[in-house]
Design a binder for this molecule. Structure first.
Ligand code: HEM
Length: 197
């Protein structure tokens, strides 16, 4: 699989499948009793899942030596931002009908919306600066800026945890996965024994 040219395009195509499934369900009038809620939940879940996939790239590279996996990181990050933006647009447009006064009130008065907003705002500059041109332009500052992904991931988990009313299993499971990925990410790297000559 290493170096296989089909891995990245296949991965990119896969990131579009949840959106395609939503469109097909909408066309078949199959979004359930509350279509807006269904779209909000599905886009929110995939925004978080692709964010975790994005954060899994470095631990996978460390554990397997598969360097090409970092190419998938950018696509996973952009997919997460796309789903988070569709999620936000659904809330602003379909849920609140662009009632800006209510929207601003919710952002400042409902903690789960506040942290959701911080999560999205943290992802915005990462999506904008995800191009090779920005990487060159920003140099070391790019690495510093992209540490915002940890803030967004933490806020997205808090958003999920604070919005669930009864069962907090799902946000806790996502939180545990995030904690594991960060632990693997920040664990001191063991020096690989040089290959016997
Ligand atoms: C301004 C930003 C955001 C707003 C206003 C927002 C709003 C919402 C709303 C209204 C819900 C449904 C709440 C309910 O069912 O009672 C929700 C659920 C969710 N959101 Fe967000 N969200 C935002 C950002 C994000 C971001 C950036 C992520 C992930 C990266 C995210 C992930 C989720 C998840 C995982 C759920 C739960 C889905 C489920 O219950 O299955 N949200 N959000």
């Amino acid at each position: 699989m290493r170096g296989a040219r089909w891995v990245h395009p296949l991965f990119v195509a896969t990131t579009g499948l949840p959106a395609l499934a939503l469109v097909v369900a909408a066309l078949r009038d199959d979004l359930g009793a509350n279509p807006i809620e269904t779209v909000t939940h599905v886009t929110g879940e995939w925004a978080l899942r692709f964010l975790l996939v994005c954060l899994a790239a470095t631990p996978i590279r460390r554990l397997t030596g598969w360097h090409d996996v970092v190419r998938l990181r950018r696509s996973a990050g952009l997919a997460s931002f796309a789903y988070a933006s569709a999620h936000l647009a659904t809330w602003v447009g379909l849920d609140h009908f662009f009632a800006w006064a209510d929207i601003v009130e919710d952002v400042f008065e409902r903690p789960w919306v506040t942290v959701g907003s911080v999560a999205w705002l943290g992802m915005l500059p990462l999506a904008i600066t995800s191009t090779r041109r920005w990487i060159r332009r920003l140099g070391r500052r790019w690495i510093l800026l992209h540490r915002l992904v940890y803030v967004s991931a933490g806020c997205a988990i808090l958003h999920y945890l604070w919005l669930v009313k009864a069962d907090s299993t799902a946000p806790l499971v996502h939180g545990a996965i995030l904690a594991l990925l960060l632990a693997l990410r920040w664990a001191p790297q063991r020096r690989r024994a040089p290959a016997p000559s």
